[in-house]
Design a protein around this ligand. Sequence first.
Ligand SMILES: *[C@@H]1O[C@H](CO)[C@@H](O)[C@H](O)[C@H]1NC(C)=O
Ligand SMILES: *[C@@H]1O[C@H](CO)[C@@H](O)[C@H](O)[C@H]1NC(C)=O
Length: 523
Amino acid sequence: MASKGVLLRSALAFCFARAALGDVDGCTALAVGKKATVEGSTVTTHNNDCSLCDPRIAYVPARDHAEGATRPLAPFRLEYPRYVGTDRSDLYRPMPGQKDTVPVGHVAQVPHTYAYWEGTYPLVNEHGLGMGESTCSSKLIGVANTAGGTALFSVSELMKIGMERCKTSRCAIQVMGDLAVEHGFFGEDPGQGGAGEAVTLADRDESWVFHVTAGLNGSSATWVAQRVPDDHIAIIANHFGIKKVNCKESDTFMCSPNIFSNARAANLCSFETDEDFDFLGCYAPDIRTFSYMAGYAPIPYYTTLRLWRIHSLATQNDHLTVTNNPFDYAFSVPVAGKISVETIMNYTRDHYADTDYDMTKGVLSGTFGNPNRLEGGVGMQEIRGQFARGFSIPRTSYSVVVQSRHPPERSIAWLAADQPMTSVFVPFVASAKRAAAFYQTGQQEIFSRDCAWWAFNFVSNWMTINFQDMMAMHVGPKIKEQQDIIMKAVKTLDEQWPESDMILEEVQIGLQEHLVGERFGWH
Ligand SMILES: *[C@@H]1O[C@H](CO)[C@@H](O)[C@H](O)[C@H]1NC(C)=O
Ligand SMILES: *[C@@H]1O[C@H](CO)[C@@H](O)[C@H](O)[C@H]1NC(C)=O
């Protein structure tokens, strides 16, 4: 009974989102410098806002490759099964009735690839390199070779190869950028709305933001990257964040060699000198006039409200004004006081509590203060305007907060299944190789009691009955209690790091099983 109800709700939500948004994913990503965090770690986050993503977390082991080997490139696919084959992870071995993923192309392989944890996008590798992602609008649209063009790379495939080959953000940026330029980049969502991508990166020492879009005539690529200052936080909310660039300043910027020539050849913007050039202004459409969802009015606050919120929280400034202009918001801001990993987890859960935009208030929150909104729909076409867009939204399929630190193998991808507002983060340690089965099985289309995503998606959906009271009386305190237990357990782990990976994995699996299995009454 219950399962049917949830399944129906989930299916309906999917249809609305798909019909209204043309299957836009629209994620949020943060990058935090090492002097901005209490723990002294760099951090990157990713709320994966995806209606029907495969919820399984895979472990991709390290491998040696023969000379002359090639690496197959997977087509862009988010739904279950996002990959089928024996060459990447045990998780992806073909189940009865499944056929191996057919590659869209190949690139030269390297002698050795590193291990990493992978959700829809890769999370963290064994050297503590973490990544987040947010799809951005761009004027240059790449055309995939499966759609009549030549481009081979979607962003997730670029990120995976970055994880396989690199220990540092700079290395991954160079690898991703070079591959995109050589083999072509295409966006995940149709049209200009989804033609660009931002990747946030954190290694033990540095945090970076990388932007990539197509090159000329739908092929190749153009890219730029900027380092987040150590005491700063940067947020990407479906719009490029890098503005002025100085490609000669290699401490802070990395650029594709064609960044200026492509802008001129495609007549994207006018600039006299390289110093006048502005990446956001040049490569991105103006969200104040651009229709992000075809047939709908522009929704600039979709981006700027999230920028405003993180800038307000991190700088502890209650008086920042909200505008519809992304140029009013700096690439990154210095934090007013060091922030903890738990504070950053709370950022990913945010829905503007106690501000004018509090999504639990007002007529749209209904009788029971529900901050969940379904985007799109006829209403948004008939009445111009937009409602606030939270960080944690109904279609967030997971949130990851990667804490990259010394020694790198102790870095942690903290992962909350389903939307983080109603979920709890569990650790996936960079050097661990095994996780609880709850996180490695399941499918959004089929209800099951052995899947972490379903446990938390059920809670989230059930709360629609009376969000306010359920959050205040039951779910909120339970999230806090469980998150505290897990943070304490990892603190204890830190004080006496186990010598064997086996023990580390037992602790990790124990925490994951305890959360999903016992507390939420499954099994
Ligand atoms: C792109 O196409 C235009 C014609 O639309 C052509 O003049 C130009 O040479 C092409 N550029 C590249 C790099 O292929
Ligand atoms: C995170 O949010 C919860 C719920 O509002 C709160 O109890 C907790 O203190 C917050 N944690 C931090 C570190 O701000």
